[in-house]
Design a protein around this ligand. Structure first.
Ligand code: PLP
Length: 398
């Protein structure tokens, strides 16, 4: 063929992280047959869907098989019943949204990756370490990225005073709170500084709140719209994946406030509606019915009970690290525990040590960005029994 490709794809690093992990684990298992390996590297939920969710899904699937209740293409931005449920969900946090500002999708990853479609060539600011989708989707569009580093000093919560270059230049700023992989979450005061920066420079914040359901502390906002002024500068992307166990079901939402306008006055809400209507045909009815069920009082109760299960695991791991005096972030408002590798070990060196001495698999921090070197992610998504056993081993070897 003589067609040209999007050469920006050549700038994307190969994602070797999880394949490298599985290769190392495979090599270890082959050399040490019968060894009992505990996997705490899992970034996916493991508990089954709450019963209220599966019941709603089954009823909706039945409706699709009856002439009277069959439904064809769903609305691109979601059924009104689910949008209303999301609207009510935000009211729990004191946030009022117009229905037209809510867009239902097949998950946060798609929206986070697709938002670049409606944005031009801007300065892009992304925290390091972070969920890799922000960096890769901007690289695919040929955008220049400025990384702002998380560190022990800032508690892995980079702040606007770390931004280099022209401080007045408008930017597209990604914020993930609670963060994957660090588990660190911004409090209201810190988020207010980001909103103030965005309003002062005419910047846009893309706020990823996929892990908001894990927040327990009162001073940590669940939504950026809890911060005054955020309606004028922020898009928020959220998901049913971690809150309701929808990683395999696929549903999420994005909020694009009507007040967001670009430098030429164009409405970002209208652009996103146009983008979605052109390239997306909506989420299936049974999935949206299931998502609505997750947001009912009984659904919330069942979802939060699953989250409580993961929280208990996180607390156990945190106790071991506390007792060993190891610095870590996360665990309290997040399923992720991000620890400093002891004895100044590198991320991969620590990975090998854990695997060889304790048969525990985690995720080397370096895989989430340069600032992750020397750190390590352990997750609470394993079973309680395995987490207890892993903690016993950690206590012995750390
Ligand atoms: N945002 C963050 C920070 C994540 O860690 C993940 C998944 O791990 C997602 C978004 C993706 O969410 P979804 O399953 O809704 O695509």
């Amino acid at each position: 063929m003589n067609i040209k490709i999007n050469s920006n794809f050549k700038n994307i690093k190969e994602t070797y992280l999880f394949s490298e992990i599985s290769q190392r684990v495979k090599r270890y298992s082959e050399a040490n047959p019968g060894k009992d390996i505990i996997r705490l590297g899992i970034g996916d939920v493991t508990l089954p869907l709450p019963s209220v969710v599966t019941s709603a899904m089954k009823i909706a699937a039945g409706e699709m098989g009856e002439q009277k209740t069959f439904r064809g293409y769903p609305p691109e931005s979601g059924y009104p019943f689910l949008k209303s449920a999301v609207q009510s969900h935000y009211q729990r946090y004191g946030v009022s949204l117009d229905i037209s500002e809510i867009f239902i999708s097949d998950g946060a990853k798609s929206d986070l990756g697709n938002l670049v479609d409606i944005l031009g060539s801007n300065k892009v600011i992304i925290p390091d370490p972070v969920y890799p989708v922000y960096v890769d989707s901007n690289l695919m569009n040929g955008n220049n990225i400025s990384l702002i580093s998380g560190s022990k000093e800032n508690g892995f919560l980079p702040m606007p005073d770390q931004i280099t270059g022209d401080a007045a230049e408008p930017a597209v700023i990604y914020i993930c709170s609670p963060n994957n992989p660090t588990g660190a979450a911004y409090n209201s005061e810190q988020l207010a500084k980001w909103v103030e920066y965005a309003l002062g420079t005419g910047s846009l914040i893309i706020y990823d709140s996929a892990y908001e359901a894990f927040i327990t502390q009162d001073d940590l906002p669940h939504s950026i719209y809890e911060i005054k002024g955020a309606y004028e500068c922020a898009v928020e992307v959220c998901s049913f994946s971690k809150f309701a166990g929808f990683t395999g079901v696929r549903c999420g939402w994005t909020i694009v406030p009507q007040k967001l306008t670009a430098d030429d006055g164009t409405s970002l809400n209208k652009m996103w509606l146009r983008r979605q209507s052109t390239k997306f045909n909506g989420v299936s009815y049974p999935v949206q019915a299931a998502a609505e069920a997750a947001l009912t009082p009984e659904g919330m109760k069942q979802c939060l009970s699953n989250i409580e299960y993961y929280r208990r695991n996180a607390a156990l791991i945190g106790e071991v690290l506390d007792s060993k005096g190891i610095f870590y972030t996360g665990g309290r408002n997040s399923p992720y525990i991000w620890l400093e590798c002891p004895d100044k070990m590198g991320s991969w060196e620590f990975f090998d040590m854990l695997l060889n001495k304790a048969q525990i698999v985690g995720t080397p921090g370096e895989g989430f960005g340069e600032a992750g070197e020397g750190y390590f992610r352990i997750t609470s998504f394993g079973t309680y029994e395995n987490t207890v056993r892993a903690c016993d081993r950690l206590r012995e070897i750390l």
